[in-house]
Design a protein around this ligand. Sequence first.
Ligand code: ADP
Length: 601
Amino acid sequence: MSDRPAGISLTVKLPALIGVLLALAIAVYVYLADGTVRRSTLAAATLRLTSVTDQLAGSLRQSGSRLIASARQAADTAPVARYLAHPAAGARGAVAALLRPPGAAGRQIAAAEVFDARRATLLAVGDSGVRSATAAATSELLAALTSRDSGLVGRFLVVGDSVVYPVVAPRVSGGRILGYVAVWRYLSTTPESRRQTNQLIGAGARLYLGDASDNVWTDLDRPVAPPPVALTGSGGVLHYVRAGQDGGAMMAVARPVAGTPWLVLIEFPVATVLAPVDAFFRQSVIDGALILVLGVLIAWAASRRVTAPLARLTRTAEDLTGRTGGEEAEPGQGDEIGRLAAAFDSMVRHLREAQQALERRVESRTRELEDRNEELESFAYSISHDLRAPLRAMDGFSQILLEDYGERLDPTGRQYAERIQAAARRMDLLIRDLLAYSRMTRAEIRVAPVPLDHVIRNAVAQVEDDARDRGARIRVDDGLPSVLAHEPTLTQVVMNLVSNGLKFVPAERAPELRVRTEPRDGMVRIWIIDNGIGIAPEYHDRIFRVFERLHRQDEFPGTGIGLAIVRKGMERMGGAVGLDSEPGRGSSFWLELPAAEPAQR
Ligand code: ADP
């Protein structure tokens, strides 16, 4: 016999179900959590991007002002003022050194020029290539200057692979412009400073400076392609995809630098911003998978605990019916529960059949026994009956012998004849009692309401002679109720008990009997109480059997059948009999029968 169910086992179904539910719950959780983390990370990045760009635009505005102030300062220095008044060749060296000092500061300057009031070049230093490339832009810028301006910062220009921008300042005296100083500066920073700036901003940020109208952009080192999106009017966050090696989806914020034509733009690669979110997602998926595995394992262990007793129960049920695993399991119900149900169904059928077979056997045996009993009883009855005729003959002839031939017999002969007669009478008594017992077992008995006072009066009347001989007193309570009984049988039963109550009293004591009743849960208990010799408790059951006697004939005569008749009679009427007694303290026999409404007589 196998313990494996025919269908899918609960040890598989349960963990699978819990696994699917857990997986669903984890997936929903990860999806929602990922969305929330993604949104808040992007919001934080946007905030950071905006504030950093604003700060940078502010500080660039300050640098622009500083550059204008320094150009103006240069224009107002004595050598430049003198040179503008008298552009003598001898003064050129001092002015040139002033505009483009030697050393690191000078290297930032691509070219510098001094113009007279009519914007004609008086002096030029620096890269001639830059100068020619920027000439048009310079004159345009100078034209824009008025005497009220302290100076201007111009647009970016690409020269070769460098980006330059101009700073111009007028030399003003008495409200009139006497000349101009123009300085073209390289827009370049060291890689180290760029790296530091980017690090400061964080999130893989890239910083660009540009010029919205000319679309010249630089990463503060060299010219770069403009951002692939229109910047005009966009105060918020820009989203675009940059091509190239460092490209990808970007989020950016652009701000104009006040006092200059420049724009500052900071962009974050979205991938870098969202890297922690992706890490969170990966970690959540790993954690979720671990929880899933753990959950399935726990469910598996739990379902094994559940299925083990189920399997035991099924085995027991199958053992009982001799049926093997899953034979009649319903399709789709072939797991442990289905198999258990099938085993129970089959067990119930099996038990029912066994019970029916047993009932049939008991019935047929009972019938057989009843038949035998009947045969035996009728046999005993006819034998007893037939035995009485020769006994009567013995009694009669020994009587005649004593009466007619008594004088011719010697005393021993007469004694023998008397003994024959006594034995014959005793035998007759025995047979009579046996016949009475036999009748009690065979007679048809129908119960009906019987008034107890009537029954007891009749029974007592039958022992009246005995009672008178013994000087006995019999007290019967008044107002006795009615019971459901067969009147002749109950009279016989009471008579036997009352007669015993008179008999088993020491000769020197006058018998005293009392008959009373008490109600008991729809029953009536009839007590017959004597003041006789009493009975030891160990004999309380035995005395009800046929021929059971506790005394010799010469002590108390009797056949040992009286109480057997009592018990049989009570049984046949659906009642019960019992007693309370101890040696030397009298006996209280009781009879119990169903109470009845008094019969109409
Ligand atoms: P019998 O009276 O003919 O001897 P019973 O069947 O009536 O037979 O009683 C069986 C035995 O139970 C009696 O022999 C006697 O020993 C005992 N017995 C019955 N009734 C009483 C009683 N009221 N008091 C004492 N002993 C009793």
